[in-house]
Write a protein that binds this ligand. Structure first.
Ligand SMILES: NC(=O)c1ccc[n+]([C@@H]2O[C@H](COP(=O)([O-])OP(=O)(O)OC[C@H]3O[C@@H](n4cnc5c(N)ncnc54)[C@H](OP(=O)(O)O)[C@@H]3O)[C@@H](O)[C@H]2O)c1
Length: 285
């Protein structure tokens, strides 16, 4: 009988969680990786993990995908607008399959934030509560990789543009959040739990200073009014809707919604979150 099932296992976070479970000594035969395209998870199959096909948008695929699962990590989907129905289908299939606990990747301050990505997470948290299944909600903050993934552009332009005002971000690496998910899956707990997860916060001046110091190239931070930032994103090739959306995410940072002083992440993982400088060095290879 499989004990742990990880959805989104072909994605960046899910893949790290599967590896983390194996590194913790969970036998590969007790781990199931649910993916839309099994071909994308051939490496996981080679490690002895059972790879099963499951699509959040095709509920008929979910009973077989989740059969035998005791603890399920539902990695939130990557198709905004469809996620309430998608996550609802997974939660319903989990209930029908007799899953003992669902761990879900939500967003920081899901119940109070004005972040435009939050309503689907809040709705999913409500569906979890209504399902009656014991749940652990991991309210993940921003990935540090949202920024280190743009290092090339920062260095090319010599500046970081945004509309975050004086806002700070309590970002942590995907590896940090994956370690928290592994802990949430493997640690015995009763009842429901909600964790606000984030690393040590940094401002955008600090991000620019860290990049400058580590690369030896001067990179400055330029804060723009939201409309100007959205226009700059359009000049860089984004369509109007996407530019507006990205700028709205920065407005959320400006309101302080991606910041937390919660120590839940380091408490769950048993170690400090990855420092920004270390993540920048890693991204430079
Ligand atoms: N905290 C942050 O800063 C941040 C940033 C970006 C995203 N997120 C959220 O965190 C999640 C995990 O992050 P990530 O970096 O691992 O994202 P990712 O690399 O894009 O992985 C997303 C995973 O979800 C799977 N998925 C999407 N739609 C699905 C569906 N209909 N049925 C089954 N699986 C589906 C994808 O499958 P395929 O491989 O088949 O596409 C992929 O495995 C994202 O999906 C998103 O909800 C958070």
């Amino acid at each position: 009988m499989s004990r742990y099932t990880v959805t989104g296992a072909s994605g960046q976070l899910g893949r790290l969680v599967v590896s983390g479970l194996l590194q913790q000594g969970v036998p590969a035969e007790d781990v199931v990786a649910v993916v839309r395209s099994p071909a994308k998870a051939a490496d996981l199959a080679e490690r002895g993990v059972a790879v099963r096909q499951g699509d959040y948008s095709r509920p008929e695929t979910l009973p077989a995908a989740l059969a035998g699962t005791q603890r399920l990590l539902l990695v939130s989907g990557s198709e905004p607008g469809q996620r309430i129905a998608q996550h609802g289908a997974v939660i319903e299939a989990a209930r029908a399959a007799g899953v003992e606990r669902i761990v879900y990747t939500s967003i920081l301050h899901a119940d109070t934030t004005g972040n435009p990505l939050a309503p689907e997470h809040k709705a999913t948290e409500e569906l979890l509560e209504q399902s009656g299944l014991p749940s652990t909600v991991l309210r993940n903050g921003w990935y540090t990789e949202n920024y280190t993934g743009q290092l090339g552009q920062y260095l090319e332009r010599g500046e970081i543009l945004g509309a975050t005002g004086g806002g700070r971000v309590s970002a942590a690496t995907r590896a940090d959040y994956a370690a928290a998910a592994v802990a949430a899956l493997t640690t015995g707990s009763d009842g429901d739990a909600v964790y606000e997860l984030g690393g040590t916060s940094f401002s955008f001046e600090e991000l620019a200073a860290t990049v400058s110091e580590i690369t030896g190239q001067t990179v400055t931070w330029r804060d723009l009014p939201v409309a100007e930032y959205a226009a700059a994103l359009q000049d860089a090739g984004l369509d109007a809707a996407s530019a507006g959306f990205v700028a709205a995410l920065d407005e959320s940072i400006a309101r302080g919604e991606l910041e937390t002083d919660s120590q839940d992440l380091s408490r769950l993982t048993g170690r400090p979150s990855t420092p920004l400088a270390e993540a920048v060095r890693a991204a430079l290879g």
